[in-house]
Design a protein around this ligand. Structure first.
Ligand code: NAP
Length: 182
């Protein structure tokens, strides 16, 4: 797959490494943005509070499949939107998903050490499902669907719980599965 990561830091750069290892072709964009016309999917991994100004620095977004990995700490989504993911969709009018926001980038290098594949949550448009689930698996996660894009605000808010757990136990991965799969 031709992937462009917007934000090439812990999340964007870390996932780019994992996806390249899985055979994907990845372009990495930093603060200055760039043209994403050639991408089959765009990962947005910039500071969550900067989402509006950041997306203005991308060209070729119309109709793209986008995965939004941002979180908001002490900030709110752009005016009129319940979540950053819904704001992203308003800019692209394409298949949009929220994913990779509820796992620590610092553990990307250790995903192969777990007894079972860790879960990674995603919500969003049905048209993004195949790409999002494939990229979850290729990064080392088992994708767990949390519903339509309207659930992105809940998935963004979950980061507070993840931080609380991390304070108690250190950075963790997690697993959601029906009992028969445990
Ligand atoms: N770190 C985690 O474990 C984690 C986990 C889940 C979700 N997240 C979320 O993922 C996003 C990225 O986190 P990160 O830890 O990867 O951050 P990071 O390492 O600081 O990387 C941020 C990236 O965004 C770019 N950037 C910074 N300000 C920007 C702006 N105003 N407009 C456009 N691009 C900008 C930087 O560009 P340059 O390369 O040019 O400096 C850099 O490539 C955040 O929303 C964060 O909340 C983080």
């Amino acid at each position: 797959m031709r992937i462009t990561v917007f934000g090439r830091g812990n999340v964007g750069g870390g996932l780019a490494d994992l996806w390249e290892r899985a055979g994907h072709q990845v372009t990495r964009l930093g603060h200055d943005g760039g043209d994403v016309s050639d991408a089959e999917v765009v990962l947005v991994a910039v500071p969550g509070a900067s989402i509006a100004e950041a997306l203005d620095r991308l060209e070729g977004l119309e109709g793209k499949t986008v995965i939004d990995a941002t979180n908001l700490y002490g900030a709110v989504p752009p005016d009129g939107f319940a979540s950053n993911a819904e704001f992203v969709r308003s800019k692209t009018n394409g298949p949009t998903a929220k994913s990779f926001n509820i796992n620590f980038a610092s553990l990307y290098g250790r995903l192969g050490e777990t007894r079972v594949r860790p879960s990674n949550l995603w919500c969003g448009d049905g048209a993004s499902r195949e790409v999002v689930e494939q990229l979850n698996r290729d990064a080392g996660y088992d994708p767990v669907y949390t519903g339509p894009i309207e659930n992105a605000a809940a998935q963004e808010a979950l980061v507070g719980v993840i931080f609380a757990i991390s304070e108690a136990m250190g950075p963790c991965v997690y697993r959601f599965a029906p009992p028969a799969h445990l």
